[in-house]
Design a binder for this molecule. Structure first.
Ligand code: NDP
Ligand code: OXD
Length: 311
């Protein structure tokens, strides 16, 4: 039998992955933290989500790490991460979920749903001020697999949509900006900001007071990238001053969000528990299966991560 596959996650038990991989690849030596990893020298592939720092370095014959999330900051934060191929799940289903999340909050804000809910509670029939779709400008930070899908979907609804990335990108129907020099221009034309950047050395803390000040007053922020992108005190100050009218936050500097965090009770903050994109083994597994086959037959891997750029 080929080397063992280790499932390293404390969030889910791995049963669904074991079943799907076994169906595709035949009998497997599939190990999990809960059932015991056994002799770790046997482990060839690690499917990992937030592994304990240093753990993967103890797998002496490891050949490939698969991030069970599309983000890989949880792996690259480990300074003992072994120098083996790092790949990530690439999943159209998860991409679609992320776009749903951004579209939901974007439309929720655009159509004043919170005010209508308050009016209903007060039994008040009160139409809010009309804002034309073409006057609500969407700005997506990150034009990768998720940002491109999200921006195309907002544009298809008629919102003037722009995206910002590190290198130049072309997305039909979407205005594109790239690099730090164009960030202020991109922010200046944005009323609803969606962050879906990867967390890297360059992007950590990017959503700070300077960035919030560069948005038009009253802009709405949707963060589904990573909590580490946001300087929490700066966001709270921008919300309290009215510079930012509200924020939908799925990800946080510390997860789970501690019970005493000011976000919980803030009237302009809408919290979800890192659920914008759920890793669904059904839709995430085909790329993983393909990569295990490629690894075992010595072919080039797909969905590789570049540890230098951090994504
Ligand atoms: P990709 O790697 O496909 O795309 C990343 C995008 O960010 C690219 O457009 C890239 O630019 C851009 N980017 C990277 N660094 C910079 C920078 N310094 N300045 C400007 N742009 C930059 O990522 P995905 O779209 O697949 O995922 C993005 C992130 O979404 C993940 O890393 C993860 O953190 C988060 N995520 C959150 C989930 C949730 O449940 N909340 C679920 C899934 C993902 P370029 O195109 O030039 O390379
Ligand atoms: C991911 C995530 O990166 O769930 O996929 O955040």
């Amino acid at each position: 039998m080929a080397g063992a596959i280790a499932y390293i996650s404390r969030d889910t038990d791995g049963v669904a992955w074991n079943k799907i991989l076994t169906e595709a690849l035949g009998p497997l030596d599939f190990r999990t933290i809960a059932n015991g990893l056994g002799k770790t020298d046997d482990i060839e592939v690690a499917l990992a989500w937030k592994p304990e720092p240093g753990l993967l370095a103890t797998f002496k014959n490891l050949r490939m790490i698969v991030s069970l999330g599309m983000g890989v900051d949880h792996l690259l934060a480990d300074d003992k991460l072994p120098h083996v191929a790092i790949t990530r799940i690439m999943d159209d289903g998860l991409v679609g979920q992320m776009s749903e999340y951004a579209l939901y909050w974007g439309l929720w804000h655009h159509r004043d749903i919170e005010r209508y809910a308050a009016s209903q509670r007060a039994k008040k029939w009160k139409p809010e001020e009309f804002v034309d779709t073409i006057d609500r400008r969407i700005g997506i930070m990150g034009l990768g697999s998720i940002g491109q899908d999200t921006s195309r979907k907002f544009a298809a609804l008629g919102f003037p949509t722009a995206g910002w990335s590190r290198t130049a990108k072309t997305v039909p129907g979407v205005e594109t900006f790239h690099g730090r020099d164009s960030l202020a221009m991109f922010l200046g034309r944005t009323n609803i900001l969606v962050n879906v950047l990867p967390l890297t050395r360059e992007t950590r803390g990017l959503l700070d007071k300077t960035l919030f000040a560069a948005l038009p007053k009253g802009s709405f922020v949707i963060n589904m990238g990573r909590g580490g992108h946001v300087v929490d005190e700066d966001l709270l100050a921008a919300l309290n001053s009215g510079q930012i009218s509200g924020a939908a936050l799925d990800v946080f500097n510390v997860e789970p969000l501690p019970p005493n965090h000011p976000y919980w009770a803030h009237p302009k903050v809408h919290i979800t528990p890192h659920m914008a994109g759920y890793t669904n083994p059904r839709t995430a597994s085909p790329g993983v299966i393909e990569n295990i086959k490629r690894l075992r037959s010595g072919r080039e891997l797909i969905h590789r991560v570049d540890p230098k750029t951090g994504y």
